[in-house]
Design a protein around this ligand. Structure first.
Ligand code: G4P
Length: 555
């Protein structure tokens, strides 16, 4: 591993220069930046609300949804978002918890699932996999898990909805292991009295936590009775039968699931697992308590010149998402920057390493629950939104101290699209504008453009093909092509998917791509890629066509 890149800053005031390293190290150490990965309906919105409730960011849970609804009426948010009543972008929620600053990067889940959802995971230092206790791992959980797993992101598991009967916990964890190949290590374990979920046992502190339901239906923090397994106050509030059953379960866990191994967790091989009910708040506080202790703080991030450590005093950050047109009146865009090192200060000058030009980050914003809020400073692990006029791109590196031949953060990967459409100009006179729009959207990372011919470029030849992770990306693209480029477009579904990139002999690739049930396309860099009529056709081609090499993402 190469030596860390030194980007130390020296301020005009020597005392401030001396104090800065300690401040950066302290602020970095108390950041916990994570995302929730789940299938729609597992309870992500509910859990998010409850985390904010416990973090003191909102007083009555339920208000996130209520405020969201109220704001829709007055907000000048992107028109499409209003029309569809959905959130087009992900936002960042920050709250305090026992001295920690917790950043929850919201990942769009339902119809608004897009490449941004995947990219957001790259800005997170850990992830919480939220499962429904009846359904376990579902399709979207699997997709998001794979992205985290490939990057060795540490993953927590939270089994939700334990207030109603679900799959046997041991069986559920076994299924997760079989499905995803990750071992679940229960940190908390559900306590069921009769048929009621009454509390959890924390295996790390060896404490029983019994929750009192109250009359507030989960809108307030819970009263909790806490003590050892043999404590009189626990026996007073829980039946001997339930405690015996818990003891038996714990013995089984000790034999079967061994001890929590921090090394395996940090390597993304073992998932600390929690049980609870976001709806009734049961188990949410014990989760947060252990989460801030176990979750990694911001770590070093790789660049072309070696890793940049968070404690380096010079600010360094990368753009992981760009949201266009948040304010249609100004046509500005917001670039979401993950702070990797140093101190980010309002109005600071940075170098955009891609162009070597100086960029003043003049309008720093924290992006709290989709409200813009000016902020003065941010630290490693934080995410700031920068108002941008079209200079920044996804993957860009921003540095306060830029040495000659500056380091650049490793590329943000492109994720293979799941849907493909041909983009036709609805107005033949506007084809040029359409191509300009597509080119810019592609550079920005909002759409992936492909061609049916090897040497095709935007602006010539047949209509381009666009790929997206989620259908909503097409709606956003159409909307932007028309409103920003004056180029109305029509989309024609290709009816093919399951892309695989291919390398090898060109003639052989053309032969493989011309078989019935496949189409050969080229990405914007000219790399050949084959689409298939269905998953089965793709699998069969991978088995049979061994003269070419297959890749899940662009080589
Ligand atoms: P999502 O963001 O992951 O899509 O899920 P969301 O929080 O919106 O929750 C989906 C449904 O599951 C909601 O019910 C919600 O109340 C319910 N839910 C969430 N957490 C729990 C839990 O711990 N226990 C139980 N029993 N249910 C839970 P809904 O009827 O679809 O919506 P709503 O009318 O309650 O808002």
């Amino acid at each position: 591993m190469s030596a860390p890149v030194d980007l130390s800053v020296h301020l005009s005031d020597p005392a401030a220069t001396d104090a800065l390293p300690a401040r950066v190290a302290l602020e970095a150490a108390r950041r916990r930046t994570f995302a929730i990965i789940s299938h729609p309906d597992a309870g992500k919105t509910t859990l998010t609300e409850k985390l904010l409730l416990y973090g003191g960011a909102i007083h009555l849970a339920g208000s996130v949804k209520a405020r969201r609804a109220a704001r829709h009426a007055t907000s000048d948010w992107m028109k499409l978002e209003q029309e569809r009543g959905i959130s087009v972008t992900s936002s960042v929620l920050q709250f305090d918890w026992q001295g920690y600053k917790v950043n929850l990067l919201d990942t769009p889940g339902h119809a608004d699932f897009s490449e941004d959802t995947y990219r957001t995971l790259i800005a997170a230092d850990s992830a919480v996999m939220l499962l429904d206790n009846r359904k376990g791992v579902e399709e979207r959980t699997r997709q998001l898990f794979e992205v985290c797993h490939k990057r060795r992101t540490p993953i927590f598991t939270f089994v939700n909805k334990c207030d109603r009967a679900g799959e046997d916990p041991l069986k559920l964890l076994d299924d997760v292991e079989k499905d995803l190949g990750i071992t679940c290590a229960p940190v908390t374990w559900p306590i069921v009295d009769g048929d009621k979920f009454v509390g959890v046992y924390d295996r790390l502190t060896q404490h029983v936590l019994l929750f009192e339901r109250g009359e507030h239906h989960g809108s307030q923090q819970l009263a909790t009775i806490e003590g050892g397994l043999d404590a009189p106050e626990i026996a007073e509030h829980c039946s001997p039968y339930a405690l015996d059953r818990l003891r038996e379960d714990l013995e089984l866990l000790d034999v079967g699931l061994g001890q929590f191994d921090p090394e395996a967790f940090r390597a993304g091989q073992l998932s600390p697992t929690f049980f609870g009910s976001a709806l009734t708040n049961f188990g949410v506080e014990p989760f947060l308590r252990e989460f801030v202790q176990l979750a990694p703080g911001p770590g070093p991030r790789d660049t072309t010149k070696g890793p940049i450590a968070p404690e380096t005093t010079g600010f360094a950050g990368f753009v992981f998402k760009i949201q266009a047109n948040m304010d249609p009146k100004h046509r500005d865009r917001m670039a979401f920057v993950r702070v990797v090192s140093g101190r980010y200060a309002a109005g600071m000058e940075t170098t955009l390493t891609r162009t070597g030009k100086t960029l003043r980050l003049s309008a720093p914003q924290s992006v709290m629950a989709r409200e813009r809020q000016a902020i003065d400073e941010a630290w490693p692990g934080d995410v700031v939104g920068i108002v941008d006029k079209g200079t920044l791109r996804i993957g860009d590196t921003l540095l306060e101290v830029a040495p000659k031949d500056p380091p650049q953060f490793s590329d943000i990967p492109r994720f293979p699209p799941e849907h493909f459409v041909r983009v036709l100009s609805a107005d033949p006179m506007r084809r040029k504008q359409l191509d300009t729009g597509l080119k810019q959207l592609s550079e920005e990372g909002a759409a992936q453009v492909f061609f049916a011919e090897a040497d095709a470029k935007l602006g010539s030849g047949p209509s381009p093909i666009v790929g997206a992770i989620g259908q909503l990306q097409f709606d956003v693209m159409m909307f932007r092509l028309e409103s920003e480029y004056g180029a109305p477009a029509k989309l024609e579904s290709l009816g093919y998917g399951n892309p695989r990139w291919v390398t090898g002999d060109r003639k052989e690739i053309e032969r493989v791509g011309s078989v019935h049930g496949r189409i050969l396309l080229y990405d914007i860099k000219g790399n050949p890629m084959i689409l298939f009529s269905d998953r089965w056709a793709m699998r069969s081609a991978l088995d049979k066509e061994t003269k070419v090499e297959w890749h899940e993402s662009a080589p």
